[in-house]
Design a protein around this ligand. Sequence first.
Ligand code: PLP
Length: 476
Amino acid sequence: MARSQLTARSPDSDVKRPHLPSVDAVLRDDSVALLVQKFGRVRTVDAIRQVIGIARDDRCSLSIDDAVKSVASMLEEANASKLKTVFNLTGTVLHTNLGRAQLAEEAIEAAVEAMRHAVALEFDLGGGKRGERDDVVRELLCQLTGAEDATLVNNNAAAVLIGLNTLAADRGSIVSRGELIEIGGAFRMPDIMARAGTKLVEVGTTNRTHLRDYANAINSETGLILKVHTSNYRVEGFTKAVPTNELAELARQNDIPLLDDLGSGTLVDLSIYGLPKEPTVADAIATGVDLVTFSGDKLLGGPQAGFIVGRKDLIAKINQNPMKRALRVDKIRLAAIEATLRLYLNPDTLAERLPTLRALSRPVEEIENLATLLAPKVGNILSDGFSVDVTNCASQVGSGAVPLETMPSKGLAIRPVNSSSGGEIDALSLAFRALPMPVIGRIADQAFILDLRCLENESAFLANLEFLQLGGQNSA
Ligand SMILES: *Cc1c(COP(=O)(O)O)cnc(C)c1O
């Protein structure tokens, strides 16, 4: 309960008993009827009691009008969504803490339709019998990756978990010491392997692993060979990893499946768009990997999901694992995934339709024009206390994809004119986060930096800034 929601008053020091309305009197007010309709009688009465209680504690008189206003704002605030939409101006396009990929309009429409209606999710409309939910996207995934078969689960962590559990429970999984990664959010490869019930068989060293290390570790207990794309870091210098094609050959000779956790994975060669190269799923399949796992909401640009594509017999085993039922995706996401994948069928329009690729491939000149346009306008809104300059930025893909590469970008650097103490910049960043649609930037070089790569709706951005409250800084 926030006292700030009460209209500001000073205590009536000369009055022993402040004038307070009764709960009933407030409840009888015409506009409270609307609140009761919207929030229910119980919650409304509770808010009225709280408002009157605060006034009593503060020894302040309270008019019915003021009480009603306070009750309304208390109820509205408590009712506001906790999942706020924000402007992601961090420069990290796929920001895990900000929900990763923003979906294409086609995917949003498909998801909304699926929410509104019954859908033929596990229903074969031709035969009128039960069907399989994966059928909705199986063909598309095979077409886009060159794989024989495909299945999908809740996210890539789940894809790795069910893959390991299905193929190597109670058996060994051979993995290079250089690939025992932590992704963050408690996803650590050794822990996932333990929970999947497979024995971790580490080979090689942190910086160098050879083909013979894998070969020497293979025995009758081996369940699979695991390759992990070390997506979020790189070991440089005296290093060696075994090329996937050599590992695939070894796996084939020994009749052991090779699972490649690609992490982000991508369905298109990003270098076409002037972006750093990231291995494509089709490349991995063509190299002879038996199963590839990858995320739906990283570079692919769809909703959260984990895909497993590859050999038909292995996918069939995964689908028979009871875990599949616990990890499956719902109709809403399935609809969005299907629509997202369909965009890949037309590579010519992909960068325009898919927000992730649109942001990543946005020409720096365009971002600079936007920065030049916005700098004076934002300066006006902030008034005299701050300088707003166009600045160079380095955007990142995020979510562990191509971690060391950055893309040149442009943004706004906002600095307090009179002082550049950390405190004032922190306060500035807090004020931006307190906006109706919070603006998330970052602090660097003693400035609050807004990378404009991901800003598409500048008028909504400016309108939102009108609500900026910079406690007393302007008068400094
Ligand atoms: C991101 C990532 C994961 C986890 O994927 P989620 O879709 O976030 O569950 C697993 N492995 C690698 C290599 C990754 O980069």
